[in-house]
Design a protein around this ligand. Sequence first.
Ligand SMILES: Cc1cc2nc3c(=O)[nH]c(=O)nc-3n(C[C@H](O)[C@H](O)[C@H](O)COP(=O)(O)OP(=O)(O)OC[C@H]3O[C@@H](n4cnc5c(N)ncnc54)[C@H](O)[C@@H]3O)c2cc1C
Length: 291
Amino acid sequence: MENKHIQEIINKEFRCLDKGFIRLIEIMGDDSSIVQAARVSYGKGTKSIREDRSLIRYLMRNSHTSPFEMVELKFHIRLPIFVARQWIRHRTANVNEYSGRYSEMTSDFYLPEKNQLRTQSTINKQGRSNDLIDESLTDEVIKSMETSQKNSYNEYIKYINQGIAREIARINLPLSSYTEWYWKIDLHNLFRFLKLRLDVHAQYEIRVYAETIANILKQILPISFEAFEDYMLNSITFSSSELYLLKEVFNNVDLKSISDDENILSKTELNEFIQKVTFINENILNKNKGI
Ligand SMILES: Cc1cc2nc3c(=O)[nH]c(=O)nc-3n(C[C@H](O)[C@H](O)[C@H](O)COP(=O)(O)OP(=O)(O)OC[C@H]3O[C@@H](n4cnc5c(N)ncnc54)[C@H](O)[C@@H]3O)c2cc1C
């Protein structure tokens, strides 16, 4: 299962956002390392690529996760500090970051694309909606962000020139400043990171990085990534209350007709449940009807 794409991808810079990037520095292992580790528990026997694929899919399906930890990946990542704040919450990685105490901060700041200037979502309290802000404001907002970034960097350089220590001169720089780090993680935990950060609820800017990593994995760990997509990323789960309601759906009960007293789900949960059922209806049942 030696993967020819690994050497093509190592050290290649994949651009993210306006001034960021991801580079895969090193990888220990590949799809075959997972199989090799799993066979310690399951014994020898099946060896063809088809059987290897089945084994990897079996492991993923049954949450037998430790063989996936046999693959380790080290990335060099350049990202805005507000993205790094979200990223660092994933505690199972090893990180070494650029130090604003040792070195001067660069003058690179993230400026969103105009099409990312959206209004506050009314459904998701954390996120932006699909609606662009008033067009007349777009240029003004971008200009104002750029000016305030430049001003705070000029102030920073002024403090440095006044002899103020770098560690204190930097404290007023904005969250849009770019930082860099080396980030090492095993494949099991990387999949957990991707499950959360590829999701539509994750902020667009971190999603861009997650999508870049996903594209890298697709090429260098194709069998594991396919299993991840099938059993983790694109799977849909139902709670026991949702399964109860699902029975009602199969009995052709209109969910909207269920009164608040009868309803076992909160309003938000019911909406999420309807979204899942609608997805299945549109993507699976209706498609099959068309065959
Ligand atoms: C859309 C979204 C919105 C978010 N909003 C907020 C927010 O508003 N405020 C906020 O503070 N955070 C927020 N977060 C961060 C979130 O709460 C988690 O901290 C983050 O996603 C990391 O998840 P994790 O702990 O599963 O990951 P990791 O730290 O990578 O851990 C992976 C898994 O390892 C295990 N683990 C790791 N460390 C420990 C430990 N010390 N003890 C026990 N088990 C451990 C757990 O099973 C964990 O799930 C948000 C995340 C997302 C994706």
